[in-house]
Ligand binder design. Sequence first.
Ligand SMILES: *Cc1c(COP(=O)(O)O)cnc(C)c1O
Length: 391
Amino acid sequence: MKKMDSENVNQFGFGTRAIHAGQAPEPVTGAVMVPIFQTSTFAQESPGKNKGYEYARTGNPTRTAYQDCVASLEGAKSALAFSSGLATTDAILHTLKSGDHVLCCDDVYGGTFRIFDKVYRKLGLDFTFLDFSDLKQVEAAFRPNTRLLWMETPTNPLLKVLDIEAITAIARRKKVVSVVDNTFMSSYFQKPLSLGADLVIHSVTKYMNGHSDVVGGILATSNSELYEQIKFFQNAVGAVPGPMDCFLVMRGLKTLHLRMEQHQKNAFEVAHFLEGHSKIEKVIYPGLESHPDHALARRQMSGFGGMISFYLKGGLAETRRFLEQVSLFTLAESLGGVESLIGHPVTMTHASIPVETREKIGIRDNLVRISTGVEDAQDLIADLTQALKKI
Ligand SMILES: *Cc1c(COP(=O)(O)O)cnc(C)c1O
């Protein structure tokens, strides 16, 4: 069988790469699936002479296959995997030094805000959080010591879409490294590197693994200098994923293209249902014409994903009652799994944000967030219908 190597893999379509990139049959036994190399160390033939692996913090063949697969999916030269999305963020921040400044979009993932504000600020990094939909404001916020620009699109939970191409172009002009957190769209619907980003990252905990059974993170880049720098920190700091988790994410990736299409199909059906319901005040989904950034979303994404936010008519009591009544939807944090989840940002994911800030950006008591799974849409709609009847 002709091996799909790094030279010929990129001529293939997304689904083919998800299934084959980095994953040739194992040479010793012919195992079709990349084995879980559950080992901490590798035998050396003579001192310093090995088969490419010596100690599993530094490298493991299961992890290599997984990293090569994601690099291919992101159109990157290389990828580096970590034990969580936030460990990935941590490794990138290690490339900075005390006195450096980071520019970040304002409604960034809560854990990203926390590591910036509560961990790295006290080590001497400075952060500015601002609305990245105002490009003039972004341009004006750069300082001589700005070293990193961090963005996430669509944002969470309000699903604002930011212009990756325009924003990373400013960063490049200012010689500042740009990072896009691509968790919400996955590698399938959005390609930040082709839009000008230097680094793309994922919490693979969400869509990339897609089965709510792994916590993990990964980054991809075509900038060899950045790659070498962060690879050094991956090994020196050590937050690497175990081989079992690498295997599971790789298995999840094999159906990423199928899952994302179904997530999106269901999201459209649920969003249209909610938009026409008398007890719903407003639905936010980038795929809807009514979304303020719909045109930009069409331009920069090849799909709109599975995340929907909406405001119920009513306050905290009605919202709570509704959330207690759903049964097929699971009331839980996280997103991107095959099962549908529902969440209440005010009391769950965004509880740590001060009330005034929440109100100002629109995270109100009646806001609900849905991660549409891949169940049958009519069953999801029936569940929402019966829960809405009870308020
Ligand atoms: C979950 C999430 C993270 C953090 O990832 P973990 O795997 O939980 O550490 C970062 N960014 C976004 C957008 C997320 O949803």
